[in-house]
Design a protein around this ligand. Structure first.
Ligand code: OSB
Ligand code: MG
Length: 369
């Protein structure tokens, strides 16, 4: 495949319902999409960087800069046999993983189409359907949260994850467990606590949580390992895992018992697969995290989730939970049993709604060599 041009674009899409974490509330997404035009098919990638550098150091603007200045020039004009070659081509650039991930994943998308195989098969996936959970943000009231949980349970989702922070935790868990003693429940703090709050965090053990996601600092394994020794509940790391070496270090230290893999956070499908493999060998289950993606990123998350060690329900849920109209068709749907059926068509398996994307575009740049 010869890379002939790359289109960078920013689209804006309002969320159906605001999404609030311990670091803030999002009502409208700014999303960077990348199209790689080859001498064959066209590959699409979605950058999962947020509007602000609050989840990670990256943002839509830093990803645009890194892609325009370094990543696109590294690909343009190159003849690429396998998308995995992008890792070496981007090798000089430190960090900027979400930007790298969008570009590498677009190449995988193009490669799968060129080879006429489903993307998930090209990645080595084996699962035909993937179990789905939901991530429910902090709401305006406890009642509003309980209503949301009710809706998602009725829709069939197999695991409820609630966002938490000091002041939105024990009381919330108590109310949830009073109403639903048996559901699979987990929480995600997005680094809202410190080790000084260990006595408070130990109280989480009373709620039979499947996991506590990233309770401490975003870049930490060491203190998570100290915390994990004091907890009955499993810690799951999200923010802190940037690649397979982090996964191995965290597991050897005993910093977590579960890993959330986000393909953008680790820099693309190659590294995501490597993290998956490290955890698999260690007997540690993984699941696929979400970043409020459009259907493009969502279709890539579905493909990744077919790898054999993705055994826990992920945060990959139906398009309609986020968007009035998704930018792919068909929209991603979840069965009443809480599964997404993996598409069998070549490539990502969902069509791009080019006209809609054009309408949502606020900024666009075509890069060629
Ligand atoms: O920590 O998993 C997280 C969204 C934005 C940033 C961080 C996270 C999340 C989510 C949303 O939990 C998952 C989804 O896409 O539904
Ligand atoms: Mg998380």
């Amino acid at each position: 495949m010869k890379v002939e041009a790359i289109t960078l674009r920013e689209i804006r899409m309002p969320l159906v319902h605001f999404f609030e974490t311990s670091f803030g509330r999002t009502t409208e997404r700014r999303i960077l999409l990348l199209t790689i035009h080859t001498d064959g098919p066209e590959g699409w990638g979605e950058c999962v960087a947020g509007e602000d550098p609050f989840y990670s150091e990256e943002s839509v603007d830093t990803a645009w800069y890194a892609t325009e200045r370094y990543l696109a020039p590294a690909l343009l004009g190159k003849n690429i046999t396998s998308a995995a070659e992008a890792v070496a081509l981007f090798g000089k650039v430190r960090g900027h993983r979400m930007a790298k991930g969008a570009a590498e994943n677009a190449l995988w998308d193009a490669e799968a189409q060129a080879k006429q195989v489903p993307l998930w098969k090209l990645l080595g996936g084996t699962q035909k359907e993937i179990p789905c959970g939901v991530s429910i943000g902090i709401q305006n009231s406890h009642e509003q949260l309980l209503e949301k949980i009710e809706t998602e349970l009725s829709a069939g989702y197999r695991r409820i994850k609630v966002k938490c922070k000091p002041g939105w935790d024990i009381e919330v868990f108590t109310k949830i467990r009073a109403r639903w003693p048996e559901i699979v429940l987990s929480c995600d703090a997005n680094s809202a606590y410190t080790l000084d709050q260990i006595d408070h965090l130990k109280k989480f053990d009373a709620f039979n949580l499947l996991m506590i996601e990233q309770p401490l600092w975003h870049d930490d394994f060491y203190f998570h390992a100290r915390l994990q020794k004091q907890l009955k509940s499993s810690i799951c790391l999200d923010e802190a895992i940037h690649g397979w070496r982090d996964a191995q270090a965290a597991l050897e230290l005993g910093a977590c018992k579960i890993i959330n893999i986000k393909v953008g956070r680790v820099g693309g499908f190659s590294e995501a697969t490597a993290v998956h493999n490290v955890a698999h060998r260690a007997g540690i289950p993984v699941w696929c995290g979400g970043m409020l993606e459009t259907g493009i990123g969502r279709s890539h998350n579905i493909a990744l989730s077919t790898l054999p060690n993705f055994t826990l329900p992920g945060d990959v849920s139906a398009s309609k939970r986020y968007w009035k109209e998704d930018i792919i068709e068909p929209a991603v749907e979840v069965s009443p049993q809480g599964f997404i059926k993996v598409p069998q068509a070549p490539g990502r398996g969902f069509k791009i709604k080019a006209d809609l994307i054009e309408k949502l575009t606020v900024r666009k740049q075509v890069l060629s060599f």
